[in-house]
Write a protein that binds this ligand. Structure first.
Ligand code: BG6
Length: 465
């Protein structure tokens, strides 16, 4: 997890399925453009957007309103191609094949191909089937299919069964080293830094356990709602959108054992062991859910939707290190602030010396701010100045911008660089995903049976009251 950004020297072509979707507009193209401006991309590269819309190449370029007036965009856009086609129909794939062959011809070699599935998960199987039937999955044969890679966005499936089926399908077509299962939270600098913090600082590792930690709180909050993503989000909900993936990675970063080494498999083992050890504190009512006021009126949302935009839960991690320590996890859209934060709250006792003067109820807290204002705060107790003996909590602060002058690469920039370099360390292995699906599939089944209307919460609140 603690690795430097790789250098990408070889030419590549990335085919993005779902190229007019929100993810591409908000994350992938901005990240590719930023990498281009930083000169992190090779001299020769090609990005082909594949989508239903009948766009010309120029119309596709103009689709990226936010970037198109930026210096450098015109030059970057010369690398940006387009192929319209429906995911179901081989026609578009055959045309795509012709574009790819032209690129190989121009380059005089078989150029590495990345098929990036940035669509909602229900399209994955269709796309994979068509990649096989049109032989696109085989690459152009130069060195077997090692030159072809497939990148799958989260959520990886819709439940345990679909995730397993998807894995089976992928395994039939590709070797494991060709498959990149994306969770961009693994690419976040602040998430990677948690392991450095825990294992490189001898003073923290000895206290990182149930003997000294009282509880852990993880908050994932966004002020915005679902925006233009109604179609996707209404079929998914926040449980599958962020809890099954991003929040699992945050839990793993806090609770994993020391990996044997910073190599792909050791890190994946350490993550998988934690995720496999998670249980709900309350089996009867494992998760509280809510929906923000006005959600049902959002574009492409069903007017009687019961989809959750907020969840809160109390979990345990059944490992010798964390057994019995509650993890309070909440995630929501239309919350009061934009905040992704992990607070590790240590057991507070009032020392005999201070009993008669009173101690703060909460003493030592380590807060990891994943975003915004990336950094770490350590709260400790200090004597307030003056002749009277009284105690008060204060903060020691580390901020990426203050201390390093930068908060590092944006997560998708990092993820893309690793994909191009063929480094799978910051990508999920299927057992990690299976464990997290196991944890939530029972909940999804339960929710399907529920007849009650979902609880509604006000915008800018912290979920249902
Ligand atoms: C995506 C979710 O994976 O992550 C979105 O689908 C969410 O709902 C986004 O808004 C948040 O990403 P970040 O990097 O801005 O925290």
């Amino acid at each position: 997890m603690i690795t430097s950004s790789p250098l990408v020297a070889s030419p590549f072509v990335m085919i993005i399925f779902g190229a007019t979707g929100d993810l591409v507009q908000n994350k992938l193209i901005p990240a590719l453009f930023a990498l281009y401006k930083n000169k992190s991309l090779p001299q020769e590269f090609f990005i082909i957007g594949f989508s239903r819309r009948e766009f010309t190449k120029e119309e596709f370029h103009n689709y990226f309103q936010e970037q198109k007036n930026d210096a450098g965009w015109k030059e970057f856009a010369t690398h940006l191609l387009y192929q319209s086609g429906s995911f179901e129909d081989e026609n578009g794939y055959n045309k795509l094949n012709s574009q790819l062959l032209q690129i190989d011809k121009k380059m005089g070699a078989c150029v590495t191909r990345f098929f990036y599935l940035a669509t909602p998960p229900d399209h994955y199987e269709t796309i994979l089937n068509n990649l096989v039937s049109t032989k696109l999955s085989e690459g152009c044969g130069h060195q077997g299919n090692n030159w072809t890679r497939v990148v799958i966005e989260k959520p990886f499936g819709k439940d345990l069964e679909t995730a397993r089926n998807l894995d089976k399908k992928l395994a039939e077509i590709f070797e494991e080293k060709q498959i990149f299962r994306v969770d961009h939270y693994l690419g976040k600098e602040t998430v990677q830094n948690m392991l450095a913090f825990r294992f490189a600082n001898g003073i923290f590792e000895p206290v990182w356990n149930k003997n000294l930690i009282d509880h852990v709180q993880i908050t994932w909050a966004e002020v915005s709602g679902i925006g233009k993503r109604g179609k996707f989000f209404d079929g998914v909900g926040i449980l599958r959108d962020v809890f099954q993936n991003h929040l699992m990675q945050l839990i793993a970063a806090v609770a994993m054992e020391q990996p044997k080494s910073f190599t792909k498999e050791d890190l994946r083992d350490a993550r998988a062991n934690v995720i496999g050890a998670i249980t709900y504190a309350n089996e009867e009512k494992p998760i509280v859910k809510g929906q923000y006021k006005g959600y049902k009126r959002e574009k492409d949302v069903s007017p009687d939707s019961n989809t959750e935009t907020f969840i809160a839960t109390k979990l345990f991690i059944n490992t010798p290190r964390f057994e019995g320590v509650p993890f309070y996890v909440r995630a929501g859209k239309k919350m009061k602030n934009n905040l992704v934060e992990i607070s590790v709250v240590f057991i507070q006792t009032c020392h005999i010396l201070f009993k008669e003067y009173g101690c703060p109820e909460i003493g030592n807290v380590l807060a990891f701010r994943i975003q915004p204002n990336e950094g770490i705060d350590l709260r400790f107790i200090a004597k307030t100045p003056g002749s009277k003996l009284s105690l008060q909590p204060v903060n020691m602060k580390f901020g990426y911008k203050d201390d390093f002058g930068t908060s590092g690469l944006e997560a998708y920039e990092r993820v893309l660089l690793d994909i191009f370099a063929g480094d799978q360390m910051l990508f999920n292995r299927s057992d990690e995903l299976e464990s997290s699906w196991e944890l939530i599939t029972g909940i999804l089944d339960k929710w399907k049976q529920e007849k009650d209307e979902i609880q509604v919460y006000d915008e800018r609140a912290w979920g249902p009251g």
